[in-house]
Structures are given as structure tokens and as C-alpha cells.
Design a protein around this ligand. Sequence first.
Ligand code: BF8
Ligand code: SF4
Length: 628
Amino acid sequence: MSQKTNLEKKNTNNRSIDKSAIPLLEKAENEGIELAWDRLEKQQPQCGFGLLGVCCRNCNMGPCRIDPFREGPQKGVCGANEDTIVARNLLRMIAAGAAAHSDHARDVVETLLMTARGQAPDYELTDLEKLKALAELFGIEEEEPNKMAEMLALKVLDGYGTREEGLEWLKRAPKDRIEVWEEAGVIPRGVDREIVEVMHRTHMGVDTDYVNLILHGIRTALSDGWGGSMVATTLQDVLFGTPKPTKTKVNLGVLSENEVNIIIHGHEPILSEKILEATEDPELIELAQKIGAEGINISGMCCTGIELLMRKGVPMAGNFLNQELAILTGAVEAMVVDVQCIMPALTDLSDCYHTEIISTSPKAKFPGATHIEFEAEKAGEIAKKIVRKAIENYKNRIPAKVDIPDSPTEAVVGFSVEARVAGLGGELDPLLDAIKSGKIRGVAGLVGCNNPKIKHDYSHVTLTKELLKNNVLCVVGGCNATANAKAGLLLPEAAEQCGEGLKEVCQSLGIPPVLHMGSCVDNTRILVLAAEVANALGVDISDLPLAGAAPEWMSEKAVSIGTYFVGSGILTVLGTVPPILGSEKVVKLLTEDAEEVIGGKFAVETDPYKAAELMLDHIDKKREGLGI
Ligand code: BF8
Ligand code: SF4
């Protein structure tokens, strides 16, 4: 086994607070299996220039780097200083994140278009009410659903491109917000256009002004939040249904000892919805039984898992740092992956176990994986082929190598904006009243990844608990939501851990104090909820007692999300340090001056207790501003 590490015995308890992860971390250590935590150790010390963001490779006169101690070079060969280099690097991160969300969304629009035209017979229009509302938003006058969906898809696709004017989705934003964006010159146009413009402006010898660069970064992120990601969320709802509250189970204990285990991992529900259907196919269940399994067990990892969790209650095996550990259970017949957050390490790791990694997207192939390419036209047939492959692999499972952790945790999920409002009795008033009376002090949007630089799930869960104690209602998404679910905070019983006011509200409504809003593209549900609350109060989003945090973020998508939160007027606290510290001016702009211009700003705080304090201070300031 080439995985053997040369590291001394490590305290695996320092690596995660997830009770289902700890025994598997120990197993990895005993078997000499290398995981992300070990690879992070081997990377130490990480490059100081990279950490500060002062390294530039944007042309072949370089690479250039700025000496932060002022003893070496202060300019690249072209003359770019640290402000330009840091800002340009940050913009490219935003662009990559926005691209990932929006390109995922493009596949959804194209599937909607094919569905409407009868070219993707395995899909249907599920949420017609939402379809109608969207048609209205886009000014489509058509009654027949398929025609309506076709026109909508074409209009949305058109919105990706080179248009000059703002996106239709902006009609959802408060009037004051639009004015702020106009004033700052950041009204987002099509997301493709903004991303291309990032690449243009950050090319050697184009935009040198860090302020001008950052403003375009904000515009690009807004075109993701109020464009690309919003497209993914809403059109996925049209195709697969808008989530409603449902009870399910989470953590690696959801794997089954006696069934064929399939984990779907990645981000796109277009495929995973069909895999779910295939696992329910009587013929395939019979096949699984014929080879000695009791049935087929599907569970999720990362955001594609969340998509199925939210809409179908499919159990969730884990978040980002659980992916390698899932294979270590020795009980996973197939891990089916599409795009994003799939560690390249998985294929090497699967050599040590029997798990088959099945890649499905033409955009994401992995040497060593089995590639079964997904096509919307033949979705059902391809999904069945994948499930059959998993079943056939059951015979290769080695019972002596199987270690499934005990006792999954229960969670109530599925709080789309519509479901949240329905849970509040069909209108926003109970929420507004609870905020006005102070029973709910404010709302926190908690999102983002895992990062081995931080004890797995620790910052997510610690921050949430601190906020709950202080009567802050938490709406959560992505890997943050999974962390909180594993910690048992997505249950109505978690109200016991809240301050008196929030406890009373949750108990009277029968809802958990931490509301799962969905995958990372679904973070736009926070924007929609914030906009609805702001509109109801006749104020801007930046006036609300609302703060965001990404306590364990690692991905470029999280940078785009954080930036569109800030660009929408929300204080956003980052729990891992972004690579911008090499420019004092960029830091000052993002953490101080941005508030004047755009109403929101970033804060960086690695200690979740201090992060909670920052958010509470902000919430109190906003309450004061509203006079409540
Ligand atoms: O989009 S939170 S690790 S899984 S990037 Fe990835 Fe981060 Fe998880 Fe989903 Ni989001
Ligand atoms: Fe160096 Fe300027 Fe080229 Fe960047 S763009 S690599 S700073 S010369």
C-alpha cells in the first residue's frame, strides 16, 4: 500500500469532533492510510508568499513575488505592487467560484430546456407554481407549462451572456439595495460577462487600481449570488420540487452493514435524483438480493447529497472531510461523483478498499476512476447502469475490513424560503414580530466548507451554539449545515440549547433553531429571505440584524459566496484567513471601507467565540439602527 505515512502517532481526536469520524481516523492511523490532515502536515510550512497573496504568475516575465518584510523586491517585473497583485489574485478566486456555481446552473437550465422540449423524457416539471412565478419575473406571457419553461430557459440562458443591463433576478432585491449597487457601479450583468471581464482585467497590464479591481470582484460575485447560483436553486426546484421539512439521518453511521452502499458525491442533482430513482427500481433491488445483499442503500456526501436530503430526505453520510473516511468504512460499493469538492485522493484511497469511484461528468474525470458519462437524454438508463455496477461490486466487499460507526444522528431538514414561511403560518409576520420583540435577537447565515486547518466541524458547531445561546436564529447551508446536523442541532429539541427567547419561539412553532436551507448554491435562499424581510420592513438588507459566517471555508466558491453576502450588505466573518494579508490597503478596503460603499464588509476571526461576539455586536448595532 503506497499510502503509508512516515508521521508519528497523532492524536486523531484533535482532527474532528464528528463522533462518526473519530473511529475511522483511528483506523486510518492504525493502517497507515494518508488523509487530508496528513497531507496538510506534509505541506508545512506552507508558502508564505502564497498565504499572503503576494505571488503573481499572470505572465511569463514572472513568477514575481513581493517581499512582505520590505527587504526584497516591492514590485513585479511589470511594476505591479502588492495591492494590485493581491487584488488580482482575489478576483481570480471569485471568478473561479462564480464560474463553478454558474456552470453547474447552466447544466440545470439546459436540462430544463430539454425537458420542456420533450428531449429529456426522464425529467418533468415538478413545481409548476414556482415555474409560473419565475415566468412572471421574466415577463413571460404564456400559459402552457412546457412552452413557459422553454421560454424561461431561453431567457435565463440569454442572461448568462454579454448583455449590458442588470439581471431580471435583481427585481427581487430591495429598492435601496439596487440604488447602492448603482451608486457603486456594481449592478451585475450576465455572469459569463463578469467572469470574462475578471480574466481580462487581471491579465498583465490591464487593471492596476486595487479599488477598481475589488469593485469588479463584488460585481462578479453578485452576478453569481443574484444570477448563477440563484438560477441553480430555483430551476432545480422547478425540476425536482421545492424542499419541505422532512426528518432524516446523518453521519457515516447511515451506511448499511447488509446492503449495497452507494454514496453520491459532488453537486448536481440532475444525476443524483436519477440514481435515487434507480436504487428504488424493483429489478435492481432483486438483483442486489440475488447476490446476497438485503437491498440498496443510498446516502449523500457534500452538496449533491444535500440536494437529495432536502427534497427526498435521503440520509447524509457527511461533509467535505468525511469523503475519505467513507471509503475507510470498507462498506461503500460505489462513490458516484459529478463535479466540485471531490478530492483527487479518492481514487488512490479506493485502491486500498473495494470502493469503485464512478465519475460521470465530461468536465471532471479522475485517473483511476471508472467513467460512465451522464447524458440527460438517457438519464434513467445511465443511472441504472451505475447502480448495477455498484451491486456487482458487493461481492468484492471484505467483511473483515468493514467498520461502520454506530448511531447516526437525526435531523429535520428542508427549510426552503417557502417552507420557512409556511412553518411560520404562511407569512413573515411571526418572524418579524419575534425579531422586533427581541425574542429573536437576529439571524445568522452560516455556510461554507471544512478545512483541515481547523478541527473538523469544531468552528461550525461552536459558533452555532454560541449564537443560539444568544437568541440568534441560524439559517445554514452546505458543509456547515451538515456539521450542525451531525451535532444534533437540526432538531426541534435543540431549542433547549438556546436562549430563552429563541427557545420559546422554536418551541411554539415546533421548528429547530438551526434551519437547513440547502446546498451551497442554495445560499441564495438566504438572499431571498433577507430581501423579503427587508422589503416587508421597507429597509435595505444592510439595515437588518443579520450577519454571515464561513467558519471553516476552503473553496473558491466560498470566496464568491462571502463576497456576494458582503456585496448584498451583510457582515461576513471568515474563520480561515484569506490570502490577502500581503496588502494592507486591500485588507482595509474589505474589512473597513467596504461598509461605507456597499453596506457590508468582511471580518476575519479564527476563534469561533470571538466570531460570535463580532456577529452579536453587529446585530445589536443594526437593531439600534432600526430602533428595536
Ligand atoms: O459547494 S461547502 S466543501 S461541498 S464548496 Fe464544497 Fe465547501 Fe462543502 Fe458544496 Ni460548498
Ligand atoms: Fe510579474 Fe507583472 Fe507578470 Fe505578474 S504580471 S508575473 S507581477 S511581471
